[in-house]
Structure formats: structure tokens, C-alpha cells
Design a protein around this ligand. Structure first.
Ligand code: 2KA
Ligand code: SF4
Ligand code: MG
Length: 243
């Protein structure tokens, strides 16, 4: 069984869209969004995957989501059939933190015919081996201090080193202010992250914020040999579920 996020109560968040972030931006893909996260970023744009009644970890919107309306649990075969019905040749698995459900994901992915697999992860959880062998690309987004998570939860040293050694892992650091960059530099140095696999992305859930941050982030990327990624889906659709 897999616990997914919903677009509307009872409707799993499985949809086709263009990949909006990172190394595959612009590619038509299917998405599946899993519920639950082991972290709690104060600016999380998918708090409906984790901030349920009784979870008091802070979030800037202070919204509390009703669990029954925002989670749906389905059989692996049902999830796979809904994904294949979208007719895409690549699947992006996101969340929440999808690697928390690695064993069930491995069973689901094994049912997909001829699709390549991309996983969005916060980088703090090891992939289940049965899933790992089926993944083409990891988009690893380690959470910096401005996310509000305790460093020992968000930045797991051995895990980051393992991602850095894995050529399938592309790092995507969410940045809000120039002061966040010293932390990215320290992580790159500590784990020998190759610059061609290091992207900066502005934190923001509206076009105006992303544009403002893109202006200075682009210069910082140029100066350091790092890459930049926008959030295409925010410009196209705004901050909405199922896009
Ligand atoms: N179009 C689109 N691209 C995305 N790339 C990463 C996403 C995510 O929420 O993890 C995402 C998303 O939600 N939509
Ligand atoms: S790791 Fe991702 S899903 Fe989890 S709280 Fe942070 S931004 Fe949200
Ligand atoms: Mg998102």
C-alpha cells in the first residue's frame, strides 16, 4: 500500500505536467506525490503532505490539514495503473519525502512498463535497495538552516556523501537569501559535490519572488560555476496541486 497526497479529498495526486525544476526541466512527465515527510520546512509548499492535526512543528502559513482529506492509501497496482494511463515515458516521484515509503514504491515501480524514474528527495533518507536499482535520476534537495529543521535531521553526513558519489544524484539547493550560500559552499567542499551536479533554486511560490531571486542567484551561479534552475510550473500554473 502507498499513502499518497490528494488534489481533492479521495483523489490521489497523480498527474502529467512538465518537470518544473532541475536538470530535466521542461520534460513532459507523470508525477506521483506521496504523503508524509520526516522534515518540517517552515516555507514548505506541500505542507498538506505532513502538517496534520496534532503536528505542532512551525510553518509560516500556520495551516493545519485534515488527514482524511489530504491522504489516500491505494494498492501499488492501482497507483501503477493510474500512472500508466497518463501515457508518459518518465515518472517523477515526489512528496513529502517519498523515500519513507521505499519498499512499496519499489513494488509499484516494478509494475510500470517502459518508464524511466526520477525521484525528488530531501536527501536525508537512504533509498530502499529494491527501489534504488530502478531509479535513473535523484533530485536531492538538502535543507539548509533557513528551512528551520535541526541540522542533525536535515543534513545526514554519510547520506550526503553517498549522494555526492552517485552520478545519478543532482543536488538542488533551495535558497532564499545571499547568506544561505556559505552553507552551500561548505556542503560542496565537505562532500566534494561536482559543480555540474549542483543547482541553486530560489525559494518562492509566486513568479514575482522567483524573478527577484533569479536576478541575484544567476550571478552567484555564474561566479561559482554552479547551475541555476527556475520553477517553471509556478510561472505556468501558480502554487496549485496537481500541476
Ligand atoms: N511541474 C512540477 N514540477 C515539479 N518538480 C518538482 C516538483 C515537486 O513538487 O517536487 C514539481 C511539481 O510539483 N510540479
Ligand atoms: S523536505 Fe520537502 S516536503 Fe518535507 S517539509 Fe521540507 S519542503 Fe516540505
Ligand atoms: Mg513542489
Amino acid at each position: 500500500m502507498l499513502t499518497l497526497a490528494t488534489t481533492n479529498p479521495g483523489e490521489p495526486e497523480i498527474f502529467a505536467s512538465l518537470q518544473g525544476e532541475g536538470a530535466s526541466v521542461g520534460r513532459p512527465v507523470a508525477f506521483v506525490r506521496l504523503s508524509r515527510c520526516n522534515l518540517a520546512c517552515t516555507w514548505c509548499d506541500t505542507a498538506y503532505t505532513w502538517r496534520f492535526e496534532g503536528d505542532n512543528r512551525s510553518h509560516r502559513d500556520d495551516l493545519v490539514f485534515e488527514r482524511s482529506a489530504n491522504q489516500v492509501t491505494l494498492e501499488e497496482a492501482d497507483v501503477a495503473a493510474r500512472i500508466m494511463a497518463l501515457g508518459q515515458d518518465r515518472l517523477v516521484i515526489t512528496g513529502g519525502e517519498p523515500l519513507l515509503q521505499g519498499a512499496a514504491l519499489a513494488r509499484m515501480v516494478a509494475l510500470l512498463d517502459g518508464m524511466s524514474i526520477e525521484v525528488e528527495t530531501n536527501g536525508s533518507v537512504a533509498p530502499h535497495p529494491a527501489l534504488d536499482s530502478q531509479v535513473a535520476q535523484y533530485n536531492v534537495s538538502p535543507k539548509l538552516a533557513h528551512s528551520g529543521n535541526p541540522g542533525e535531521l536535515a543534513l545526514v553526513v554519510d547520506r550526503l556523501a553517498a549522494w555526492a558519489r552517485d552520478p545519478r544524484a543532482v543536488f538542488k539547493f533551495v535558497v532564499a537569501a545571499p547568506g544561505d550560500l556559505a552553507e552551500v559552499e561548505a556542503l560542496q567542499q565537505a562532500h566534494a559535490i561536482p559543480s555540474e551536479r549542483l543547482y541553486l533554486m530560489g525559494e518562492g511560490t509566486d513568479s514575482a519572488t522567483l524573478r527577484e531571486r533569479a536576478r541575484w542567484l544567476s550571478g552567484e551561479c555564474l561566479a561559482r560555476g554552479w547551475r541555476f534552475t527556475d520553477r517553471l510550473h509556478i510561472h505556468l500554473y501558480g502554487d496549485t496541486r496537481g500541476t
